[in-house]
Ligand binder design. Sequence first.
Ligand code: GDP
Ligand code: MG
Length: 694
Amino acid sequence: ASHAASSALSSSSSAAAAAAAAAAPASRLHLISDEQQFTPSLAESLQQWHLLDAGFAYNLCAVLGSQSTGKSTLLNRLFGTSFDVMDERVRGQTTKGIWLCRALSSPLLVMDVEGTDGRERGEDQDFERKSALFSMASAEVLIVNLWEHQVGLYQGANMGLLKTVFEVNLALFQSGKGRSSSTGRDKTLLFFVIRDHVGATPLSNLRETLLADLARIWDGLNKPEGQEASRITDFFDLSFTTLPHKLLQPDEFERQVAQLRERFVERDHADFVFKKEYHKRIPADGLPMYLETIWEQVMTNKDLDLPTQQELLAQFRCDEIASAAFAVFTTGAKVFKKPIEAGQVLETLGAEMGALRSEALAAFDKAASRYHAEVYRRKRSELLEKLNATLSPLFMGQLKNTHKLVLASFRSAVLERLRGDTYDFADVVSSERQRALARFEAAAQAVQLAETDWSVEEETQQLATAIDAIADQCRAEETKKMLALIERALKKAIAEPTEMALASPGTEMWDGVLEAFGKALAQAEATYLRKAKSFNATEEESVLALAALRRRAWRALRAKLDEQTADSFLAAKLRSVFEDRFRYDEAGTPRVWSPTDDIDGLYRAARDETLALVPLYARIEPTNASLLPSIPSTADDPSHAALVERGEEEEFDFDASLLLFGEARKADVAARLRKEADAYYVEAKRSTVSSIAQ
Ligand code: GDP
Ligand code: MG
């Protein structure tokens, strides 16, 4: 039953180990050597004993007592350990030092102290004090082993040892801080085993005697300040038991040892000795470091302050546990580095980063949460910070890559829609902008982890700015495209009326041209204003665009006029006018010249009237001056001056633009006309001569 109970108590992973351990005693470890050196292989032994991962689920007891009082024998019988027992035949000393062994079928570590019995041998008590200190700092239960006949010998070796234990205890917890624990002040159990109990004196009497002796020792101690009124029971629980003579009553001895064993290994035993408050709260994986430090402190006679030791241990172990967790984490996180640096957007990055981080924290929590709570919390937040710092470049990289991706698809989506026939520019831009930002925010959200100081705000802002820049670019292009369309429509609208007006020159010729121009311009302006709304053009932009539109329209008209007044065109027009006057009569009938006709007079009249038209063509000058559009010259328009400065437009002078050609050309045109008119005159003359000749 005892075996089954203890197996059930072991964690499932060590159940098999416990069963195996039941078969043969565990090998012991020379924890502190003869030369008082701490072993380098405690962690290895704990691993072999399947205790390294036990956390708090282990117990530790030590034995104290004079040399050769059957301590090792008792431990081996009780726990199935393999400590050295002094050979009857070679009565001498067993190996010095402190030994550690795992109990059979129980997660219990047993410490056996071998040493000189300073008091009896007259040697120094140094090792005794050291081992007492060491045992007090680590064991939950101290088994004090003594012969029955030693009870009541107040001056005896045992009492000296107990005095040392008490002194040591007061020193360890001197600060009065105690160890921070929910169970209040932590206690150690002193478990007195009275050996070779003959039975004449009942246990109750022996206990009374021992209690009285203990009280006398306690009263005689020099207690530190603030502890003067303290009692033994503030620090210790006391328990007493007897065992019969092993050699004289072997069966009875074995029977009582078996009973005693139950109290040490059966957790649900009413008198189970390992109460929770005795536990020194050192996780098993921290024992090697903790015990070694304690031993170092003991050896160098430094003040041993357990709370401080626990904090130091916690720091050391939490760091170790954190770096182990971090190493695994780093390997996992490395996978994402290259693709992110190569510009990829990893769909599942957020989830995977979160999982990696949780794994690392869980690994840390599992082992580290058993240590000093405050240190654990601090180290945990340090680890979290480190994890976040490692993930942060991935987060930033992903945002950057997403930014690029979203921006590129924004650009192509907008351009694609602008290639269509019907669209509202503002609508295209605002809907694509919204879509892009929403897509970015969703992606950013997916890669954002809780418990970080990561922010997507700045990146979102940058994206919005970049999108707006592209939108501005598109708008400028669109505006240009639109102005070109408007200009083309205007050119078309003014072409025919201009040609017609110039073809029938007269005083109101320019009024006709300008009226047609004014109408076309008003149309163009209306079109622009209608479309400009869809570009979200600002008032200022509209004003500038309209001014540019007017200049362009005017230039278009000028170009048309230049074309229509080019040499050949103008000559044809004038010739046609002259012909109309000279070769046709008032009724529009072609003249057939007869010798009586006043050819000379008609010729001069027609020629002079036609020549009078040349200055009309040379300058745009309506009879109604209000028909002239108001288009400011560069000199009067600072915003246009700026455009000219930047080389984006040519200088413009409205008044100068009214002059189509100057005096020199006027003279040329007149000369040419005269020549042509002369030709008609000669032809007319000839026709009369030839008609006479017939
Ligand atoms: P330790 O030095 O205290 O560890 O004592 P050991 O366990 O090495 O035993 C010392 C001697 O005491 C050995 O010769 C044992 O056989 C003997 N011994 C062990 N148990 C008992 C006991 O219960 N009564 C007596 N009288 N002798 C014992
Ligand atoms: Mg021994």
